[in-house]
Design a binder for this molecule. Structure first.
Ligand code: PMT
Length: 403
């Protein structure tokens, strides 16, 4: 089941001005078909009405420790029973202090103290409160108990100051939750992934490129991070947000991508080249916009460096090299040719003519081709496809060494 769909999240909301953002997070959880139960502190209920959260989740919202409603008997035990994780957002300095010292003086802190499931804390507060040694100590203490933190962002705070303490983006919290439910079988590995197209300029207005959106490469990066890898993502020009906790190197041309990859490849246990690198570039760049002529113009193209072939030619011992083959015909033949010619361990072959495969769609259907066999996967989301590629990489790493 993809994403957070079907996951049961106990969502604690505490008394920060950022509580209004929690309503939006709840919407995102509901949209993704996660089951969210909201527990608010009394202070949170002053910022945003429990009715808002109950309308969004379609469920009762809990905040009173001494409520006598029949479903609330032993609420401090029952609320976390059956939940997969607890998310506290926004988490105030007060709530963090309460949790760090095992205080059970409101419903939320009592529920968390009684729970034995993963807890994700998303702090949001004034930057002075955040940097105060007491708060920092409490955060360290909770981290030592195994609590997970989503770092607050930097920017203008509700008090008008500029600094650290803004509630993180939902994307970062979502990724943290997803990582709780993923195996950490890539932990200890550095993976280098390329994504998106390259652009080869002709003049200040025009360039040569292709239809790659970067979705496949970003899916590989996110899933690898969730599974514990340190991820370096070299991305051509794409319209996707940088994934959290990932080093993203933005490049434009094939030559820039080559440099970025070569500078970092030696640190990588696995390199996955899902970028659609332009094979050619204009031989000259016109400093001024090329004017229309009645007879049209001829563009002279020269070959770009083949980054994957270069990696294959100088492969590092033990490093796994994965290439992608974007094909419109003879998929098996072309995949096999590229596997051998570029000297890679695994070729992921996909069809660029299919409506739901290849460029700029959410799904893909790929054939995983190594030297022994070729296995075609079903049509899957790009994230599910990415997970299957990581499964295959791990299988190759753990299998007998290549002759
Ligand atoms: O980004 P999306 O919209 O999600 O689309 C995904 C995708 C279709 C781009 C992706 O799944 C894919 O197929 N990527 C590889 C595209 C490609 O350039 O294929 P190719 O068959 O031309 O190249 C073979 C391999 O050599 C690729 O790993 C490519 O990164 C690499 N290459 C190619 C040319 C070059 N000059 N340098 C390279 O490293």
């Amino acid at each position: 089941m993809p994403g957070l769909s079907g996951k049961r999240i106990l969502f604690g909301v505490t008394g920060s001005i950022a509580a209004y953002k929690a309503a939006d997070w709840l919407r995102s959880l509901v949209k993704e078909e996660a089951m969210a139960t909201v527990v608010m502190t009394e202070a949170a209920a002053r910022f945003v009405s429990p009715l808002t959260f109950s309308a969004l989740s379609g469920q009762a919202v809990y905040h009173d420790m001494f409520d006598q409603a029949p479903d609330l008997v032993m609420a401090h035990i029952n609320l976390s029973r059956g939940a997969d994780a607890i998310l506290v957002a926004p988490a105030t300095a007060q709530t963090i202090a309460r949790l760090a010292h095992g205080m059970a003086d409101n419903l939320l802190s009592t529920v968390i103290l009684a729970a034995r499931i993963p807890v994700v804390i998303c702090p949001a507060m004034n930057s002075q409160m955040l940097s105060h040694p007491a708060t920092q100590d409490n955060i360290r203490r909770l981290a030592s108990f195994g609590y997970h933190f989503v770092q607050p962002g930097r920017g203008e705070l509700a008090c008008g100051e500029i600094g650290d303490g803004r509630l993180a983006d939902w994307d970062a919290a979502r990724e943290k939750l997803l990582s709780l439910f993923a195996p950490d079988d890539l932990k200890g590995q550095t993976v280098l992934i390329t994504a998106g197209p390259t652009r080869e300029a002709l003049d200040p207005a025009r360039f040569l490129s292709n239809r790659s959106s970067g979705k496949m490469g970003f899916a590989l990066a996110r899933t690898a991070r969730r599974r514990g890898a340190t991820v370096i993502l070299v991305a051509g020009p794409v319209q996707l947000p940088d994934p959290p906790e990932i080093e993203v190197v933005h490049v434009t041309t094939a030559e820039e991508m080559r440099r970025a990859v070569m500078d970092r490849a030696a640190t990588a246990h696995v390199v996955v080249k899902s970028a659609a690198v332009a094979d050619f570039r204009p031989s000259t760049y016109a400093d001024h916009k090329i004017k229309k002529t009645p007879q049209g113009i001829q563009i002279d193209l020269i070959k770009n460096p083949d980054i994957l072939a270069e990696l294959g030619a100088h492969r590092l011992s033990g490093q796994i090299l994965v290439g992608f083959a974007a094909e419109s015909r003879d998929h098996a033949g072309e995949g096999q040719r590229k596997l051998i010619e570029k000297n890679v361990d695994l070729m992921v072959v996909n069809d660029i003519l299919g409506k739901a495969t290849g460029f700029d769609v959410e799904t893909n259907q790929v054939t995983l081709m190594d030297r022994e066999a070729a296995v075609t996967l079903p049509l899957l989301s790009k994230e599910e496809t990415a997970d299957r590629i990581w499964d295959k990489v791990l299988q190759m790493q753990n299998g007998p060494p290549r002759p």
